[in-house]
Design a protein around this ligand. Structure first.
Ligand SMILES: [Zn+2]
Length: 92
């Protein structure tokens, strides 16, 4: 399936943009890889946008955790360690 042929609605596009914004400037504190994904806890809303993020490795599913679920957990795709989101250093 060609990802470009997927039809994305506004909500999907916004979610993709938001995820890319979160991933921007993130790198693994263990191996310095920039191939990191955002961990989505619980059951995500499956949509074309979510499928695309999963296919591109921008989002990984963290499973159903009711306690201490944090939207801003990240996972390195190279060493598979998880780490907390850290604010990229940039001026406002
Ligand atoms: Zn790593």
């Amino acid at each position: 399936m060609n990802l470009k042929e997927m039809r994305l609605d506004k909500k999907d596009l916004r979610m993709i943009k938001e995820t890319e914004r979160i991933l921007k400037g993130q790198s693994c504190p263990f191996c310095s890889s920039e191939k990191v994904a955002q961990i989505r806890w619980g059951l995500p809303m499956f949509s074309q946008g979510m499928e695309q993020l999963l296919a591109q490795g921008k989002v990984v599913l963290g499973g159903c955790v009711l306690d201490e679920a944090d939207d801003q957990d990240m996972q390195c795709l190279d060493c598979e360690k998880t780490f907390e989101f850290h604010k990229p250093k940039q001026s406002r």
